[in-house]
Design a protein around this ligand. Structure first.
Ligand code: ZN
Length: 461
């Protein structure tokens, strides 16, 4: 058996010293020993020693291909009120150029970055299904299988969410231009979902397939209802209430604000993950907190797009569940996502340590919340260092000068608020030890493939 021995580990009951975590051949945690029981190790065990061991959160929302556009959307267009909608225009131009090989290489690169940042799992909200112009590839799940092939290479845990994207807006206008690659009618989506589920079967047993209606703007009420039955217990994710314009459009077309409409028309429960929720009124925040669903927060992307600020203070006070995603993948950083989440609350409320509680520091409360909420949203037995869970683990660098004299919550706060992901030393996804000494074990070849794609795309954007 593989044993990971840690000087300190964040277990469900809190910080514990001298912890030995046994990982079985199937990638699950089979033992957690400390104190007197630590001597239960056998001489056959392969022991790997680390300083500080944490459960690794899932990255619960990503559009992998967008990684290749990072940094290209910071100019203003001719419209002085340049916004999100200009960003989308560039994305559609970019989309026309991507081949399946390009998508696989970009996905492997961003999954590698996720692992190096400390995320064990990529929850991929995958809506790029078709060829430019809108025809399926010979294999309707071609691009889903490319995401799976990237996950096979990088060893990241994969929760694949094939996305149903019907329309270009609430008025049910057809998808045009670059968006045609996203488009599926109901029959096409059901076929795609079946084939994608088959296509990921070659991946390890921790792989999950869920279902994702793109948003209330892009899917009809009828189809939203029908696709809830495709995999009734699997993760079910949707973008919701991200932009003011989107809220107004839904309100005009459907007669209620997005969250109001959804809670009146769907049984939102713990399998749901609602992405962004940056435009909620207080009664909507309360409804979401009560539902048991996860709010999928993407603070770096939401800052980049100027979406707004999720009301984390009130939501967590009401027992709401959260997770973190990198969405547009403009920057992959676990520590920075968590820091940005808390800083956004501070800037709005003129407060400090906004998401701390009486018992827990800011970093501790956010980290544990996103580890558990991310696992729930990924449909993954994970998020805590506990027997039976997948061994999704992070070890922080014991030699880092900022960690000298720091333990427990102070060390976690230092990682999130004073440090960065270079403090992440090792990462395991379902026991697969993919990051060692801060680097993915296949880094060089993954980077080389990505560079080839970027050289090819470079001049055309
Ligand atoms: Zn998104």
């Amino acid at each position: 058996m593989k044993i990971i021995s840690a000087k300190q580990a964040l277990l469900p009951q809190g910080w514990v010293s001298d912890v030995h975590v046994g990982v079985g051949a199937d990638g699950r945690i089979v033992s957690v020993n400390y104190g007197d029981s630590a001597s239960l190790k056998s001489s056959d065990d392969e022991v790997y020693s680390v300083e500080t061991l944490l459960p690794s959160p899932a990255n619960l929302h990503s559009h992998a291909f967008q990684r290749a556009m990072a940094g290209l959307t910071e100019k203003r267009g001719p419209d002085p009120r340049d916004s999100f909608w200009t960003w989308r225009k560039l994305m559609y131009k970019f989309l026309d150029q991507l081949t399946p090989d390009d998508i696989e290489a970009i996905t492997a690169f961003v999954q590698m970055e996720m692992l190096e940042a400390g995320y064990a799992t990529n929850v991929e909200f995958h809506y790029l299904h078709k060829q430019p112009g809108g025809a399926f590839y010979d294999n309707p799940a071609e691009l889903s299988e490319r995401i799976a092939a990237a996950a096979e290479l990088t060893g990241v845990g994969l929760t694949l969410l094939p996305v149903h994207y019907q329309y270009g807006g609430c008025d049910q206008r057809p998808l045009k231009g670059g968006q045609q690659r996203f488009s599926t009618d109901l029959i096409e989506f059901e076929l795609l979902w079946e084939r994608a589920s088959e296509g990921v079967k070659k991946l390890p047993a921790d792989t999950v397939v869920g279902v994702a209606p793109h948003s209330l703007r892009a899917v009809s009420p009828e189809n939203l209802k029908i696709i809830q039955q495709i995999a009734p217990s699997a993760p079910f994710h949707m973008h919701l209430a991200e932009q003011i314009q989107e809220v107004e459009e839904v309100q005009a077309a459907w007669g209620a604000r997005p969250v109001e409409w959804l809670f009146d028309n769907a049984a939102v429960d713990a399998r749901w993950c609602l992405i962004h929720c940056t435009q909620l009124l207080p009664h909507e925040t309360s409804a979401l907190a009560r539902s048991g669903a996860v709010a999928g927060l993407c603070p770096i992307t939401e800052s980049s797009l100027g979406d707004g600020i999720f009301d984390g203070v009130s939501y967590l006070e009401q027992g709401g569940r959260i997770g973190i995603g990198s969405d547009s993948n403009i920057r992959i950083s676990l520590s920075e996502e968590l820091r940005t989440l808390d800083y956004s609350q501070r800037l709005r409320d003129h407060s400090r340590a906004a998401l701390a509680s009486a018992e827990q520091s800011t970093g501790r409360r956010i980290f544990e919340s996103v580890a558990e909420g991310g696992a729930q949203a990924a449909g993954r037995a994970s998020g805590r260092i506990k027997i039976g869970m997948w061994a999704d683990l992070i070890a922080l660098d014991g030699d880092h000068p900022d960690f000298i004299g720091r333990q427990g919550d102070a060390l976690l706060d230092t990682f999130i608020f004073a440090g960065d992901d270079r403090m992440v030393q090792d990462v395991w996804s379902a026991g697969r030890h993919q990051v060692r000494a801060g680097q993915h074990i296949q880094r060089d070849s993954i980077v080389d493939s990505y560079k080839c794609v970027m050289k090819k795309l470079g001049g055309n954007l």
